[in-house]
Design a protein around this ligand. Structure first.
Ligand code: NAP
Length: 537
């Protein structure tokens, strides 16, 4: 049949590239449909000034192939967006997967055909494909969100979202630029925007803790050493909770004597990167531990910001690390510059956007450019937009009650949605790990599963309702034992107006999760129901 393949993969980012390769190598036919004009996923789209990765570049890559790893050399400790995009193109070319991919093709609708036991996939461009398996590689942060500011359309200047930045340079020179949002995207872009713009206005709702990246160029010798140490590093990454070569910490903040605690924090601060938030095991568990680390980080902000009337507005008081930890280069120092103005939205909320700029309850800020660094409809946003319908035409929106009741099994599959898999889906470790490592684990598990189905003449696989309920309950219980659920963040869905609050990340670590997934497979896909092909006599 025309346009029929064994598997359709949605998205050509980190997930889609590896999934496509893996299945093709296993002898399955694959078609990968990607809305954008090239590979890269979020790294294709988020081209804002200062966009950079927060995982050390030498770990923010595929580790399944030693040969592939050794062919690529990162230029600096934290790679910029364009280098990551080049890397993903390099991998896609090395693995020769672009021939399985169709770009500028947006999946609009997918429905399970009960009689044919196939997925029917329709694109916005009007094409129809069928596939035995449907695999989502849409990522957790791929639907950018702009809050519904009144009057947004009336603004006469330019406006951009960090997650959907133009492909041609935006000229900031001599411009008055307003940035709304101080998450990772805002914190990375504000210092870079301030280097060019005439005036910068930062519209901040919640101040942020931040740790320096300490980014630097690598030397040839260092690159050679990383490659030499690859196999050892990979071993630790595969067995660590974060997917980084950082073993599980056994140290408690409160139980560590003050002098030693400060020394550990200072050392992590000097080293930069994600070392500090991984230095103790109880930062996001024990409020007292959290406060000690939070106060340490507030002290760093007080040291950096010289303007006494500004610094108090920049001090965060939420539990550190319960919003996604932020790394920066010169973020807080930027506020020492006279052309940078902090607007505290807790004191003067945005009333509307006008023709000329942003109107708060206190005054109008005239602007030439507005940058929306306002984040993403994370975890479920993209999946819910796709219009996926399982058995009996039941949509994902209906199953998940429009986000009010999200349940999955292992973040990998859904009851009522046969032969459907979600790479880094809700309730998997996903964004609380080094994401490429989590992606590899899912891709390999799915690929093994499809092999099993083929070898055992299994027609359909889907989680049981009971397994799904149990898994969701377990995820919620683990999350409720932490401080994560006590903070408003995109982790909990509270960044999107009207979105239900839920914590959709499995928090017991990638190491434990990997073991659980392996056990499920080893026990003949425990928690799933399998429907076998009828063998004709
Ligand atoms: P984000 O962390 O969700 O931050 C959005 C910002 O917009 C927050 O400061 C938020 O304030 C503000 N905001 C949202 N709605 C608002 C409203 N109605 N009025 C005023 N302010 C509003 O989004 P992001 O910075 O794009 O980052 C999202 C995630 O993407 C990161 O956490 C990270 O996982 C990933 N990311 C990674 C990198 C990297 O690796 N370097 C870079 C960028 C992004 P509140 O805090 O008060 O809600």
């Amino acid at each position: 049949m025309a346009n029929h393949v064994d598997a359709i993969v949605i998205g050509a980012g980190f997930s889609g590239i590896y999934m496509t390769y893996k299945l093709r190598e296993e002898g399955f036919t694959v078609k990968t449909l990607e809305k954008a004009a090239g590979v890269g996923g979020v790294w294709f789209l988020a081209r804002y000034p200062g966009a950079r990765c927060d995982s050390d570049s030498i770990y923010y890559n595929y580790i399944f192939s030693e040969e592939l790893y050794k062919k690529w050399s990162w230029s600096s400790r934290f790679a910029a967006q364009d280098e990551i995009l080049s890397y993903l193109n390099f991998v896609a070319d090395e693995l020769d997967v672009k021939k399985e991919m169709q770009f500028n093709t947006e999946v609009k609708f997918a429905i399970w055909d009960e009689d044919q036991t196939k997925w029917l996939v329709t694109t916005a461009q009007g094409e129809v494909f069928t596939a035995t398996y449907l695999i989502s590689g849409v990522g957790c942060l791929s639907t950018s969100s702009i809050p519904n500011f009144q009057g947004r359309e009336s603004f006469k200047g330019e406006s951009y979202h960090t997650g959907n930045w133009p492909h041609t340079p935006v000229d900031l020179k001599g411009k008055r630029v307003g940035v709304i949002g101080t998450g990772s995207s805002g914190v990375q872009s504000i210092p870079v925007i301030a280097e060019e713009a005439k005036e910068v206005y930062v519209f901040q709702r919640t101040p942020q803790y931040s740790v320096p990246t300490r980014n630097r160029q690598f030397t040839e010798e260092e690159i050679a050493q990383f490659k030499e140490a690859f196999l050892d590093a990979r071993e630790i990454m595969l067995n660590s909770p974060s997917g980084l070569p950082i073993p599980r910490s056994t140290r408690s903040v409160v139980d560590t004597p003050e002098e030693e605690r400060i020394a550990i924090l200072e050392d992590a601060w000097e080293k930069g990167g994600m070392i500090l938030n991984n230095a103790f095991y109880d930062i996001v568990i024990d409020p007292k531990s959290n406060e000690l680390v939070s106060e340490f980080l507030r002290g760093k902000i007080r040291e950096k910001v010289k303007k006494s009337d500004v610094v108090e507005h920049l001090l965060p008081y939420y539990y550190y690390s319960t919003k996604r930890p932020i790394l920066d280069t010169n973020y807080h120092d930027t506020y020492n510059q006279d052309h940078v103005t902090l607007v505290n939205l807790r004191q003067q909320p945005i009333e509307c956007i006008t023709e000329n700029g942003i109107q708060t309850t206190e005054k109008e800020y005239p602007l030439d450019i507005i940058v929306f660094a306002t984040g993403y409809d994370a975890m479920t946003g993209t999946l819910l937009k796709l219009d996926i319908r399982g058995r009996n035409g039941v949509s994902l929106q209906e199953k998940w009650e429009n986000g009010a009741k999200v349940e999955t099994y292992l973040g990998l599959g859904l009851a009522g949605f046969p032969n459907f898999f979600t790479i880094t889906g809700p309730q998997s470790p996903s964004v609380l790990t080094n994401v490429p490592t989590a992606i590899e684990q899912h891709v390999e598990w799915i690929s093994d599963c499809l092999n099993y189905l083929r070898e055992h003449n299994v027609k359909t696989i889907e989680p049981t309702v009971e397994a799904e309920i149990q898994w969701s309950k377990q995820c919620t219980e683990i999350a409720n034992g932490t401080l994560f659920t006590k903070t408003e963040s995109w982790y909990t869905g509270s960044n999107i107006d009207g979105k239900s609050r839920d914590f959709l990340i499995y928090l017991n670590g990638l190491d434990n999760y990997r073991q659980l997934c392996n056990e499920v497979a080893e026990h003949g896909y425990k928690g799933y129901q399998l429907q076998y092909e009828e063998i004709k006599a």
